[in-house]
Ligand binder design. Structure first.
Ligand code: SF4
Length: 231
């Protein structure tokens, strides 16, 4: 189980991947996690790993799949809290009430919310009617809580235009950070998705400049950043 500073910027963290997700994004990198599976053995191994490494770990990133779809999430977060480990939660924002509850119980220290599309395209890209409203409510909960957070969008040209990125950023006003992530075709994606040409770096940098009028915005995954620098 690798630990990196990539999944929780500024912290050395290890990641727990929970299975299940109600969305069906065409470019999903974690298709093997979309359907719920029973993972008690995996949890035991993960807990042992965290306890062995806790002297130099700064936190745990709980990700997926979609962690808030896992019925055992609260129990797992309590177990991680008992180890003294702060948690960053990665979520697609589909369950605002649960996010509100987890924040109020102090079970998460930071949250990253994926914003999949502009509101008018949300149902089409996720296959979830009502997704746009749910995610909008999650955004309000997160911003209103004052918790450390970021919002992020994969700039998949098949569903998100540069103008959409600006509209999304406008809807995130008051947020602390917006990260636009370059789309990367990988093995296992449907052919019609894997063959989509990513946006040029300059296109995303220009969009980020426009987005920065609404909240601080960065671009990740550009070919010019392969050495690890962030624009
Ligand atoms: S929300 Fe995340 S895990 Fe779920 S389908 Fe979309 S990309 Fe995959």
């Amino acid at each position: 189980m690798p630990s990196t500073m990539l999944d929780w910027p500024g912290r050395m963290a290890t990641s727990l991947f929970l299975s299940g997700c109600g969305f069906a994004c065409p470019y999903c990198h974690n298709r093997h996690l979309l359907h719920p599976i029973d993972v008690p053995g995996d949890w035991a191994a993960f807990a042992t790993h965290v306890l062995e490494k806790r002297a130099w770990l700064d936190g745990v990133v709980v990700t997926g799949g979609e962690p808030t779809d896992d019925p055992d999430l609260r129990e797992l977060l309590h177990a991680i809290a008992d180890m003294g480990m702060p948690v960053k939660l990665d979520t697609n924002g589909s369950r605002p009430e649960l996010v509100r509850q987890l924040i109020s119980e102090g079970l998460v220290s930071a949250i990253a919310v994926d914003i999949k599309a502009a509101p008018s395209h949300y149902a089409a890209i996720t296959g979830w009617e009502g997704a746009a409203d749910a995610v909008s409510e999650t955004v309000a909960v997160v911003i209103g809580s004052g918790i450390e957070h970021e919002f992020r969008t994969t700039a998949y040209p098949g569903a998100v235009s540069p103008l959409d990125l600006e509209h999304i950023a406008h809807s995130l006003r008051g947020g602390r950070m917006y990260a636009i992530q370059q789309f990367r075709p990988v093995d296992g994606m449907p052919q019609g998705v894997a063959s989509v040409e990513p946006y040029a770096d300059d296109t995303l940098l220009d969009a980020a400049q426009e987005c920065s009028r609404h909240l601080p915005t960065v671009v990740r995954g550009l070919s010019s950043q392969e050495a690890g620098a962030e624009e």
